[in-house]
Design a protein around this ligand. Sequence first.
Ligand SMILES: Cc1cc2nc3c(=O)[nH]c(=O)nc-3n(C[C@H](O)[C@H](O)[C@H](O)COP(=O)(O)OP(=O)(O)OC[C@H]3O[C@@H](n4cnc5c(N)ncnc54)[C@H](O)[C@@H]3O)c2cc1C
Length: 416
Amino acid sequence: MNVLIIGGGVIGLCTADYATRKGHRVTIVDRVAAGHEGCSYGNAGMVSPSHFIPLAAPGMVARGLKWMGNPESPFYIKPRLNWDLLSWGFKFWRAASSAQVARAAPLLRDLHLASRACFEELAEIPGNDFGLVKKGMLMLCKTGHALEEEAKTAEQSRELGIPAEALDAKQTADLEPNVRMDIAGSVYFPKDCHLSPNRFMAGLKQRLAKTGANFLWETDVLGWRRDGNRIRAVLTTSGDLTADEFVLCGGSWSSLIARDLPLDLPMQAGKGYSLTLPQPRQVPQICAIFTEARVAVTPIGNTLRFGGTMEIAGLNEDINPVRVQGIIKSVPKYYPDFTSKDFEGIQPWRGLRPCSPDGLPYVGRARRYSNLCIATGHAMMGLSLGPITGKLVAEILSGEKPVIDIELLNPDRYAH
Ligand SMILES: Cc1cc2nc3c(=O)[nH]c(=O)nc-3n(C[C@H](O)[C@H](O)[C@H](O)COP(=O)(O)OP(=O)(O)OC[C@H]3O[C@@H](n4cnc5c(N)ncnc54)[C@H](O)[C@@H]3O)c2cc1C
């Protein structure tokens, strides 16, 4: 079957990879140039079974409102009178309940663990070294209060069957001797991993090119040609492209791309930044998150990447230096041997996370069309869930029952 994939980020390329393995012929269309490093490249590279709680969780709205007053805080919504934003905010507020977390957590656990297994398989492919490190992740807590809160999450995690252990400062230092830390303690999630997202993406592109996938870079999808409940073609800046099956993996732009269909895919872009030190003064061996500051730290080879902030400010890729400063200022608080000077001359990277209001991705067939699948809205989990998303979509395209029940990810859950 000919499959046309819109979007060459991690979700589009993983979908292309698994679809190719099932014998489909794939074309990937993306509006950016081949070398453009969007959201799927400069991210923190964490594969995270520890992230079983969706973004929309109890307490998030109150915390978000508190953070909004501080321009250097981890979370910021640019106030604007925009119907899509208001409607998204209302849906987020509705979804941020214990009942929703209880429904979503077992599914997120299964998806992350299945995806982790996919990464292990992919790492075995000769010549496909993307730096997978299976040493876990540390949630570093500066304060006793944060440690108590994280310890509760660790308990929930163990109840779900994901190992997690609360450690004091000395136990954390014993586990991570490579970097000096100023913390009250941590929670250790041994099943988490990290990798180089840039190398993972490069490997996918190389493998796809070898297996005959067709890449159409610098090709903007502008609209659709429909015939009843079938999509006939996408209209692009390079002409009309026909296929048997279409998969929308447009990241933060997905609802815009699907607007004329029409499909109801509420989405906001959550901008984040990262800074990669080429020669850090210390290189931890285990990736970590500064809990209070919400900054992720990932050793990638000999380099060290710090990533964070969630800025809901529309489809806007400008770099906001005040928010970048928020990341830089957090570093010496947890790693006291680092200083702001370490970041002088480092170019910040930015990416737009595609955020659905309930914190769950949209994966599955669109109800109105017999040959359109959606795979988007992975927010802060797109790298981690990339391979399993690709695998599930490839199964759907091949008429198979997905290995995991993904009813909660139904792309029509907000449709009228
Ligand atoms: C700071 C930061 C840290 C992160 N850390 C992690 C992490 O540790 N672990 C994790 O799992 N996730 C992490 N993420 C999230 C992860 O990066 C995203 O979830 C993921 O990259 C989304 O992938 P995607 O393929 O859906 O979107 P994208 O990578 O944005 O790809 C979508 C593609 O669609 C293309 N497109 C858009 N419009 C059109 C159009 N009209 N026509 C053609 N093409 C179009 C775009 O050009 C783009 O290439 C992080 C994100 C940030 C910002």
